[in-house]
Ligand binder design. Sequence first.
Ligand SMILES: Nc1nc2c(ncn2[C@@H]2O[C@H](COP(=O)(O)OP(=O)(O)OP(=O)(O)O)[C@@H](O)[C@H]2O)c(=O)[nH]1
Ligand SMILES: [Mg+2]
Length: 794
Amino acid sequence: MGSLKDWISSQLVSMSLVSSRPLSGSDSFFREEPSHEGFDGQGAAHSNTSLTPPILPDTSPSVGSDQENQSNPSRQHVVVENSDQLRNGSDKKKMDPLVRIDDLQVKFLRLILRLGLSQNNLLVAKVLYRIHLATLIRAEESDLKRVNLRSDRARAVAAEQEASGQPEMDFSLRILVLGKTGVGKSATINSIFDQTKTVTNAFRPGTDHIREVVGTINGIRVTIIDTPGFLPSCTGNFRRNKKIMLSVKRFIRKCPPDIVLFFERLDLINASYNDFSLLKLITEVFGPAIWFNTILVMTHSSSALPEGPDGYPVSYESYVRQNTDMVQHYIHQAVSDSRLENPVLLVENHPQCKKNITGEKILPNGQVWKSQFLLLCLCTKVLGDVNTLMKFEDSIQLGASSATHVPSLPHLLSSLLRHRSVISPSGVDIEVDESLLSDTQEEDEYDQLPPIRILTKSQFERLTKSQKKDYLDELDYRETLYLKQQLKEEYRRQMEIKLSKEKNCASNDNSDGQQASQEAAVLLPDMEVPPSFGSDCTAHRYRCLVTGDQWIMRPVLDPHGWDNDVCFDGISLETAMQINSNIFTSVAGQMSKDKQDFSIQSECAAAYSDPSGITYTVGLDVQSAGKDTIYTFHSNTKLRKLWRNTADCGVSLTSFGNKCYIGAKLEDTISVGKRLKFVMNAGQMVGPEQVAYGGGVEATLRGRDYPVNNDNVSLTMTLLSFDKEMVLGGNLQSESRLGRNLRVSVNANLNSRKMGKICIKTSSTDHLQFSMAAAFTIFWALLRKKDVKSTSHE
Ligand SMILES: Nc1nc2c(ncn2[C@@H]2O[C@H](COP(=O)(O)OP(=O)(O)OP(=O)(O)O)[C@@H](O)[C@H]2O)c(=O)[nH]1
Ligand SMILES: [Mg+2]
């Protein structure tokens, strides 16, 4: 059962109920002995039998995906113990994992300094953030108060220790290399040490036995275990490859590596690449947990770029992304889990590889790959050690059989409390309809407008700046009124159809069939598919037609598919039907199936509106979660228009595995005028031996031009209680149009655990506005940074 703590952090950081990713490598796979830093006590108690990977809800891109450059500078917090604890005796220090995490961070920052890397480096920030998150998740309520945001102090201690060289740092890396023969494992080892430490061979397998290569880089002792390469995966080589893997497994049993490098040649990955059987064999022999500490190494990274469909070479970034995605895709298939995201390291071993002025080998994108190698190894090892210290042994496991996700009560309750508005078959929200109806005084406003002369482009150009503005404002105003009028007419038309249908039903005169057949088919926009179908046609098109209002059926595009044949492995379907004047139903779902997996997400609902104003809704939601399926049956009763008040009560029954969760909620909506709305709700979710309670108040103020412009501000306060813990949260959401070409939406939340996030989205058709938005964002980030600094000084 997920805890409230998980729920809070996922509210902040994760997209979905089941989205989780490894913090880093699994020590459970490798470690039988204490790590090289000598973490003794509880933290070093590794188990090599369990495959439980240490997993945290993830918020950031993979450690190594340097293509993704978003990071949140405000989250670069370091968890540092308070000074009392720092001064405490070594015994206590040894016992307290939080203190040891603090030490580890200082060590990590020292190494970053030693490598000459900036501490604001994206990867470093991510590692520090993940450590912070791990500490928060694992910390007890009492510990949480001790978790200070004193990043500056950790940095200062690291700088001080590194300058004085005291205390001496015993940090070492133990790395295992794996990959097919000839991909450049030995050549990479030689490049890393800048000397020929192991033999390479261009024409036949170069390495015939496992051997350790030891050296020192930037004061870090590095041991690399060079292994014989695997033979290309075909049935004849299966036994030989297995033999190599078993001997490697035997070799590392006594002294397991911190990091695994899995090698591929970047230039040899193409549409016909398929190393699934080899990856599967690695997974079987070493266990799925091997992939947690694995970095994908792509050699030959400076090779000539292939031609794109337009005859020009493709861009380096997209070439790398496409090829690494393909290898990652097959790893996902081998472990039957697509959550894994391995860091990628690009390598070029050619002696004539381009170098920068300091003589370091650089890639076509200007990156110095050797420092990137060290950084990735450091990050992987440090996160691995944090995992061990924090004991993430009860986290999610990799693999299909183990990919069972237990829904948490706070999640289920908050989704029950989420407001569901019932959509009528015409596609217009009932609430919108009502606000239109109440809008009678503006009835003829558009028709009463004086005529306007529409200017040609050249006439418009001749206007002065202020005239241009007035003219555009006037057009804007008219457009809003026109759209309002159109919406009203559409609503009236729908009502008339409804009334005439009722009459027709009475007189048994059904002309529906003819009407439907008269409706023309509409072509839906094309989907972009990988341009690899057929020899002469670069982009084969799949076209979709919509023939009636009622059914929309489309294939689902898999963005990871490498050919059109495997791109479409799902289907989505949407329909809404009026059974009679009072009953309507809607079904929306998506289903995908390939050789291994079948997944479905669907929502069906039926609503009955009583003429007295009561609406009854029943529905069934079906959702795949790993190999299991979650069924949720829900039922709602809505009492409309008791004064300006809509009351709603609902129950839900969720079945997952062999467990059942029952929930109930009460909700009341009060409208004050056309623009202000209050929603209050309270609910309860009961699971096996556990209960969660929650509720909230939401106030929404809509813009003057609603529903033509969806400007609104809403403020929500929620309270959630689960397992003797209570969390109060506040959320502010606003969407508004600032000027003609700029839309801004702001979402900010904060809870009583002092965790929160702010998200600002802007869209503009004007470059100037974009630069303003960027300037504002940077200004905001700086402000936050200052804020964090002053907090840490306190
Ligand atoms: N151009 C180029 N050549 C490379 C690169 N990496 C390796 N090579 C060459 O590829 C050949 C094979 O490299 P090795 O390092 O022996 O390959 P290996 O993976 O160790 O092979 P086994 O020991 O048989 O498993 C050598 O001639 C290397 O010089 C690279 O990044 N670019
Ligand atoms: Mg070799």
